[in-house]
Design a binder for this molecule. Sequence first.
Ligand SMILES: [Zn+2]
Length: 82
Amino acid sequence: MPPCNECAKLIIQVGIKRVVYLPSPTYEQNERFLISKKMFGVAGVVCEAYSGSCDPIHLTFEDQNDAYVNTYTNDNSCNCGN
Ligand SMILES: [Zn+2]
């Protein structure tokens, strides 16, 4: 999933210099990602799609009491909710 503009802002602020994301043909045309690409370009952050193969990723996060907190599955959008 390509990072949205809000995540791009945080990525730039913490000084990350290279971002590799799972390609998503639909999301790569999303306005939020197009803005991200411009932001990365201005900040000098390299942003590129991963070119290898990848099986689906499914992660479940739990708190200390084993209560359900969040589930992540790589799909077509940024996981931050934007
Ligand atoms: Zn995001």
